[in-house]
Design a protein around this ligand. Structure first.
Ligand SMILES: [Zn+2]
Length: 280
């Protein structure tokens, strides 16, 4: 009888033990299943976070950087028109004229990039800039003093380009003195290329001053049809080259064409940038 009782108890223990094993196995299986589920779920839950990051990026067809030269001669409807353009524009102020400091300040405060427009041995007689003009006949000390005078006169400038007839840009010594001052003050030099013999870019690169060149003059011929053609040439150059630099002047027809054509070029995905974005 006791044997039967013992056998019964042993069987009960075995059943309890087996049930325990089954429960352990079930919990392991369920645990693993949950882990797999979590692994499968995690990338799914991340998708909504990733989706907003995937913005519709419009590829730029090319970067266009426009400089408007000769600010400082006038302060009127035309200059005001340029200062209300809804585009990244770089304005070059010729030192020493009646409106030079006013325009430099205004342009900078209105969010545009401002550079000094340097007369360098121009053969065209001009009043106002005589105290700032740089000539190849000057000593290096005189050139350095004039550069520092320009930097004090137009404190808003972030760079410099050269005015028409700037024959001194062909002189490596002159460019070297100018470049050294620019380097010291962290400014760039954009070569307007007013003479084929220009040495500006090569000297600036040697010194380590960010530099670049003008590709297209927009308004040498001042009628609007011609300016529009030149602007389209600038856009084609930007498309082929990645970027292009155009130079125009503070003139009514230039303003009209830019106000009319820039929105069209933007619609064609051209990107308008400051000169500082294309010099290197
Ligand atoms: Zn000029």
């Amino acid at each position: 009888m006791t044997n039967h009782k013992d056998t019964g108890e042993r069987q009960q223990k075995i059943i309890v033990f087996l049930l325990f094993i089954v429960l352990v196995l079930i919990s392991i299986v369920v645990g693993t299943f949950n882990k797999i589920n979590l692994l499968e779920k995690s990338p799914v839950t991340e998708i909504p976070d990733i989706e907003p990051v995937v913005e519709e990026v419009v590829e730029s067809v090319g970067k266009i950087a426009i400089i408007i030269d000769d600010f400082g001669y006038r302060n009127d409807k035309v200059s005001e028109g340029f200062l209300s353009m809804d585009t990244e524009m770089t304005y070059a102020v010729i030192p020493g004229h009646e409106h030079s400091q006013t325009m430099s300040k205004k342009a900078s405060q209105s969010g545009y990039e401002v550079i000094a427009h340097m007369p360098m041995g121009s053969t065209i007689p001009s009043f106002g800039e005589e105290e700032y003009i740089i000539k190849a006949s000057m000593t290096s000390g005189e050139i350095e003093a004039r550069m520092n005078k320009v930097l004090q006169h137009l404190p808003e400038i972030v760079g410099m380009n050269n005015h028409q007839g700037s024959s001194a840009s062909a002189n490596r010594r002159v460019m070297n003195v100018m470049g050294t001052v620019l380097k010291e003050h962290g400014k760039y030099f954009l070569d307007s290329r007013t003479t084929k013999e220009t040495q500006a870019e090569s000297v600036m690169r040697l010194i380590g001053v960010p530099t670049g060149r003008r590709h297209v003059f927009l308004d040498n011929n001042p009628d609007e049809t011609s300016i529009t053609q030149q602007l389209n040439l600038l856009a084609e150059t930007a498309k082929a080259n990645g970027f292009a630099v155009g130079i125009g002047h503070v003139k009514k027809h230039t303003l009209n064409v830019l106000q009319r054509e820039i929105p069209k070029l933007k619609a064609d995905n051209y990107e308008f940038v400051f000169i500082s974005k294309v010099v290197n």
